[in-house]
Design a protein around this ligand. Structure first.
Ligand code: ZN
Length: 295
């Protein structure tokens, strides 16, 4: 039997990262296409995978780790589609169907953050953790959860960026930027929310600026909430905002303070960690979904 070949798609709101791989340590080729309209973006991705197939043969399966919201219910007629999104033109787009039909193979489909949580569980920072979460803080805030080694779906999928944190005493006046909720976590602590308040990114502000403590306090609340709701063994924290020097340390310290000695977590440095797979967690998440779909 020939070696399996997997098509991997990290479908993001600003770019699609594409990869062809035989295994997590054998990624043969990658490519990026900007996320424009759905037809144009999908056609560009199909062209990349077509060309790769001429070189390496037929695909065993595809994996798609997508921006949301998405329909993950296998019994639904809309499984594999983006659902209602403010992103122009994308509501209802059939992502899984486009690639499954083009290459006549099974497709694994999940949120980008559930995929990343799965990849971190298999090959990264969450190996051995039966319950773990992956949170990205960037253009938006999203979180995926792995429970008993399976991505958590339920009625839809977790939307961890849209919890309401307690407001910081020095941040009472900002209304927040979430179009649905105003001052939910994403509305207060995402990259665009930081930009809206202070006119630059967090890493461009001096380390003594109050913004660092404010953002750390909001993110820490999410992690203490996760401890209360899910009891994770590991919380992986990625995304552009988390590249801010010193931020993860502030978040850990603030989470420990907020937890008040509860949850039996003496060491927040072991609980809240950066991605073991770095910026490859998304694409390898898609690979993990493809491998599961092939079984
Ligand atoms: Zn919101």
């Amino acid at each position: 039997m020939s070696e399996p070949l997997f098509g991997c798609i990290e479908a993001g709101g600003t770019k699609f990262v594409l990869g062809v791989a035989r295994a997590h340590d054998r990624v043969l080729r990658t490519h990026r296409v900007p996320t424009t309209g759905p037809r144009e973006t999908i056609d560009a991705a199909l062209a990349f995978f077509d060309e790769a197939a001429r070189e390496w043969g037929a695909y065993t399966a595809f994996g798609i780790a997508s921006f949301g919201p998405v329909d993950l219910d296998r019994r639904s007629l809309d499984w594999g589609r983006i659902t209602d999104t403010p992103k122009p033109g994308w509501s209802g787009t059939d992502l899984a169907g486009a690639f499954g039909a083009a290459f006549d193979c099974p497709v694994g489909f999940d949120t980008d953050v559930n995929g990343a949580a799965l990849a971190e569980h298999l090959w990264g920072a969450c190996v051995g953790a039966d319950v773990a979460t992956y949170v990205t803080v960037g253009t938006g805030i999203g979180g995926g959860a792995l429970v008993e080694e399976r991505p958590l779906h339920g009625a839809r999928h977790p939307e961890m960026g849209h919890v309401y944190p307690r407001r910081h005493a020095d941040d009472r006046d900002f209304a927040g930027i979430c179009p649905f909720h105003g001052d939910c976590l994403e509305g207060l602590a995402s990259g665009p929310a930081i930009q809206a308040r202070w006119g630059c990114s967090l890493s461009d502000l001096p380390s003594g600026h109050e913004a660092h403590a404010i953002i750390a306090s909001y993110l820490a609340q999410l992690f203490v909430t996760q401890q209360a709701l899910l009891s994770p063994r590991r919380i992986v924290l990625g995304g552009g905002v988390m590249a801010t020097p010193g931020l993860i340390e502030r978040v850990r310290d603030e989470a420990a303070r907020l937890a008040g000695g509860y949850f039996g977590t003496p060491d927040y440095a072991a609980l809240v960690v950066p991605p073991g797979l770095g910026d490859r967690a998304g694409l390898l998440g898609a690979l993990a979904l493809a491998q599961r779909a092939a079984r």
